[in-house]
Design a protein around this ligand. Structure first.
Ligand code: NAD
Ligand code: GLY
Length: 358
């Protein structure tokens, strides 16, 4: 088992990464105080892992709040329903919420924890690759509104993250691959060796080799830990975690969030952002080709959908949440393994990068 510290002063916490962690409670139960616990999970994850988690918590006061599956459930209605559940169960400030699931459950449970009685403890048990390498670490919590994703939320750090890579065995193939795109993102923005490792281990990646996954999740969390410790509230370097996301969000929005998983759209976005970096002369030629080749070996999409209009993509990117008013901020590459924040790309350059990705 690996233990990575998220160093945030009084809000510091450990991330434990290993195999069979859910049922080996001796590693993490001592880190959860003897207070009432409320598990948040969903109808897909509950039959797979709820009994194991509850078994590890024998003897404790445990309540369970189970939501239907899906991004649509990260809603205001379910947020309200969760608060009413806590009120009905008499949950007080000393309690601790446990998020068992992917990013949807983690984000919703985290926002409930951030706001219930002005903020209570919560622990993340992420069960998707995306949640293990990204969503469960760093304290961004949110729900969606009909007007847009993640529009309401708070920064609220968990007090512990327990990432059991064995849970990744039951993930749908597409969900697993989408998570791999986010792992590769860390390689692209700050870890050239991680890219080499993934290039060498394509077969083991397809096989979901546990030792390799512990290594990849741990390395990803170490990167996220150091970025978040430096810039918890995204005033600077944390924005580099959004590499590929401006193009990716535009692709997701224009396809109504139904055709691509987030990580798939980010995969295409990373290729487009690499083309733009090359064209701007920020990074040497070849980065986009190498990234694209590895993504294809991982069965991820790398080409901009032909039916998406370049003007629509540009317009959508202008509305991206990461942009400061009046400028279009993009995360580009100075090299494969080193990101930069760019505000100087012109529309025609972005258009050309989109065309090169078609
Ligand atoms: P998700 O939570 O919807 O999980 C994907 C699917 O996998 C769901 O159907 C889920 O029920 C299922 N699932 C979860 N664990 C499983 C397992 N072990 N075996 C089988 N099926 C399993 O989606 P996600 O990709 O984990 O997360 C996406 C969400 O995370 C989005 O809402 C996004 O906004 C958010 N997010 C948040 C952050 C952050 O920093 N807070 C970062 C990235 C993404
Ligand atoms: N997922 C990007 C971040 O946590 O900042």
């Amino acid at each position: 088992m690996n233990r990575i510290e998220i160093a945030l002063g009084q809000r510091s916490y450990p991330v434990l990464v290993g195999a069979s962690l859910l049922d080996q409670a001796q590693h993490w139960l001592p880190l959860i105080p003897p207070v009432p616990l409320v598990i948040f999970t969903n109808e897909r994850v509950a039959p797979l892992y709820l009994e194991t988690l509850r078994g590890a918590l024998t003897g404790r006061e445990v309540h369970t709040f189970i939501l239907p599956d899906g991004e649509a459930e990260k809603s205001f209605a379910n947020y309200q329903g969760a608060l009413e559940f806590l009120a009905q169960k008499g949950i007080r400030r000393d309690a601790c919420l446990l998020a068992l699931g992917g990013g949807v459950i983690g984000d919703l449970c985290g926002f409930v924890a951030a706001s219930w009685m002005r903020g209570i403890r919560f622990v993340q048990f992420p069960t998707t690759l995306l949640a293990q390498v990204d969503a469960s670490v760093g304290g961004k919590t949110a729900i969606n509104l009909p007007a847009g994703k993640n529009l309401v939320g708070a920064f609220h750090q968990p007090s512990l993250v327990v990432a059991d890579v064995d849970t990744l065995k039951t993930l749908d193939e597409r969900e697993y691959r989408a998570g791999l795109a986010e792992v590769l993102k860390y390689g692209a923005i700050r870890d050239p060796e991680l890219i080499e490792l993934m290039e060498q281990q394509v077969t083991a990646l397809h096989q979901r080799d546990a030792a390799l996954l512990i290594d990849l999740v741990s390395r990803s969390v170490e990167h996220k830990a150091s970025v978040v410790a430096e810039d918890e509230r995204e005033a600077g370097v944390r924005a580099t975690l959004n590499f590929g996301h401006s193009f990716g969000h535009a692709i997701e929005a224009l396809t109504d969030y139904t055709r691509f998983l987030h990580g798939e759209a980010v995969a295409i976005g990373m290729v487009a952002a690499s083309h733009l970096s090359e064209q701007r002369g920020l990074c040497a030629a070849g980065a986009a080709g190498r990234l694209s080749q590895l993504l294809q070996q991982l069965n991820l999409p790398v080409t901009m959908p032909a039916d998406l209009d370049t003007d629509d993509l540009l317009e959508c990117m202008g509305l991206d949440k990461k942009n400061m008013t009046g400028t279009r901020r993009l995360i580009l590459l100075e090299a494969l393994g080193r990101a930069c924040i760019d505000s100087d790309s012109r529309d025609e350059q972005i258009r050309q990068a989109i065309d090169e990705t078609r």
